[in-house]
Design a protein around this ligand. Structure first.
Ligand code: ADE
Ligand code: ZN
Length: 338
């Protein structure tokens, strides 16, 4: 089963690029940019990555992002992530970036997006990994600041597929961003939002009705509301679920308690994702392996998780057909008959 999981073609739809900053690279950038770190060594940093909840993680995550200064830093960060994708057989990835984490420190929006975008293009050319970019608004900041960020993105609209909403869910419900999401949609952007990670099922309803999302990020709290679960199944509304993240941030006590397979069996379009892999103990293969060890999915279920991600992705029908062909090919060679 382990070989099957490693070789399985994967599609990632929920990855914060700042959350892929490994401590080794963080130290390298801190050194070259002259930024102080609150850790003596890489090991000290890893030891500090113990979280009680989302907020205790976010404090450390924003602190780490302070070392990102130049276009080269954003390029190197994204390139390092893409190399991990290659090793994990990730064939397509749709990544988030948090421009406000950087613009509040005086880093230009253009510096951030240029570095990330050039690495993504090189990843397509040299590694064969296709990708999309999603701009996330930080929900603990104001509506006005979100509008300001959207206007900074305007010259780069051809590089961005959509907008998302991340950071502290509790106390910052979807309604706060209804107008800026409507503006983004009028500019041709798709919308997604973190909802029902730590917050209530009602945030998922609001993300659907007020923000018109095409996917819900996390969404695992939907089980609080059986009517919502039925609606998500009926509409095949995708949930980008992040198993290791949910255990690290204590959304579930253990991986054995995770509800991803229960939701899959109810017909929901659930997908597997790594969220912030440098902080949560692993990339795509690690997430698939952790859920495989804890929940014993069938090979068919594992393939369905990638099928769902292709269905949920923002690629064209023709691109989806090509990814599905790769998956079918894999199933012919490694499926139940083997
Ligand atoms: N930003 C980075 N990771 C996040 C998560 N899991 N939830 C909300 N905001 C985030
Ligand atoms: Zn996330």
């Amino acid at each position: 089963m382990e070989v099957f999981v490693r070789r399985l073609p994967k599609v990632e739809l929920h990855l914060h690029i700042e959350g892929a900053l490994e401590p080794e690279l963080m130290f390298e950038m801190a050194e070259r940019n002259g930024i102080p770190l609150p850790y003596e060594t890489v090991e000290d940093a890893r030891k500090a990555y113990q979280f009680e909840d989302l907020q205790s993680f976010l404090d450390i995550y924003y602190q780490g992002a302070n070392v990102l200064v130049t276009e080269r830093d954003f390029f190197d960060l994204t390139w390092a992530y893409l190399l991990r994708c290659k090793a994990d057989n990730v064939i397509h990835t749709e990544i988030f970036f948090d421009p406000q984490t950087h613009t509040v420190r005086g880093i230009d929006f253009d510096t951030v997006i240029n570095g990330i975008y050039h690495a993504l293009r090189q990843g397509e050319k040299e590694l064969g990994i296709t990708s999309k970019l999603i701009l996330c608004f930080l929900r603990h900041l104001s509506e006005e600041e979100a509008f300001e960020t959207l206007s900074q993105a305007e010259p780069h609209l051809n590089r961005i597929v959509g907008v998302g909403l991340d950071s502290s869910e509790i106390g910052h419900p979807p309604a706060k961003f209804q107008r800026v999401f409507a503006k983004a949609m009028s500019m041709g952007l798709k919308t997604v939002a973190h909802a029902g990670e730590e917050g209530p099922a009602n945030n998922i309803w609001d993300a659907l009705s007020l923000l018109n999302v095409s996917r819900v990020d996390h969404g695992v709290q939907c089980t609080q509301d059986p009517i919502l679960v039925a609606e998500l199944a009926k509409t095949r509304m995708p949930l980008t679920v992040c198993p290791l993240s949910n255990v690290k941030l204590r959304v579930f006590d253990t991986m054995e308690d995770h509800n991803i397979l229960t939701l899959l069996d109810k017909g929901l379009c659930v997908t597997v994702n790594s969220d912030d892999p440098a902080f949560f103990g692993g990339y795509m293969t690690d997430n698939f392996l952790a859920l495989t060890h804890a929940l014993s999915p069938s090979k068919h279920q594992l393939v369905q998780l990638t099928k769902n991600a292709i269905e949920a992705s923002f690629i064209s029908d023709e691109e989806a057909r090509q990814l599905n062909a790769q998956l079918d090919d894999f199933w012919q060679n490694h499926g139940d008959g083997h």
